[in-house]
Design a protein around this ligand. Sequence first.
Ligand code: FE2
Length: 278
Amino acid sequence: MTAQDFKPRALIAQISDLHVKPEGVLAYQRVDTAAALVRCVKELNRFTPRPDLVVISGDLVDSPSKEAYDHLIRLLTPLELPFAAIPGNHDHRDLMRAALPDRYAFTAGALHSVREAGDVDVVLIDSVTPGKDYGTLDRDSLAWLDKILGASATRPALLFLHHPPFATGIAHMDVQNLRNAGALAAILRRHRRARLVAAGHVHRAVLTTFAGAAATICPAPNHAVALDLDARLPPTFMIEPPAFHLHVWCPGEDFGSVVTHSVPIGDFDGPHRFLNNQ
Ligand SMILES: [Fe+2]
C-alpha cells in the first residue's frame, strides 16, 4: 500500500472517564470535570475531517444521580457529532438508560449497543459489575458479543468496553480490571474481525495487544491516574495534559488497519508550514 492509497474510511473518536458532578461541584474537591468536558467537546467539534462517531467509554458521571446525568446532558448538548456510550463503574445503568435512551441491545440491565461507522462495526459492551468497581461480562453479555461478532466474516469490528481486560502495572487499578478476560479472549479468537479492544477506566494512554488484537486505554479530558508502578504507593491522580483517542480505520488486506492517535485537548501554537531553510 502506498501513502496515496492510505485513505481513512472510518474515524472513531473515543473520550473516556468524564466524571461529571452536579453543576458547581468539583471532583475530589479539586478537579473541574465540567470545564474539562467543555474543552473536550470544543476540540471534537473543530477536528477535521469530522469523526463518524464519538464513543464515550464509561464513567460519564462521578457519583450517579439524576442531577449529575442532567448536567452531563447539558454539557454534551453542544457536541455536533453522533455519540454512543457505555457505562463504567461510576455509572448507574438505570439512571444512564433514562438520561441517554439509545438503541441498546437489551431492554433492561446491561447497556450494550452496536453502531456502523463507514465499513466498520463499532461494538460497545457494558462490563459493569453492579455495586463493584471491577468489571465482568456475564453469560448473557458474552453470548451477545459472540452472536454480534459472528454476524459477519468480512466487516472489521472495533470493540469498546470500560474495564481493561489486561494489567497495566498500576496495581490499585489492575485489581479493578475485567475479571473474566479469558472468556472475552476466547470469543475474540473465534472472530478475527475484532481488530481493536479499546478500554477506559485508567485515565491514561496505554497500548498493548489482547487475544491477537490491538488493545488501548483512552486518556481522560480531566485528571490522570498517576503512573505509579510501585504497588506500595497510595492511589493518587495527576493533572496531566488532557487528550482523547482517534481510531482511524483504513481498508486493506486482512481487515485493513486500525491506527490510534492520541489527540491533545487545548489551544496550541500552530499549525505552521514546513519551509526550507533560507
Ligand atoms: Fe472507571
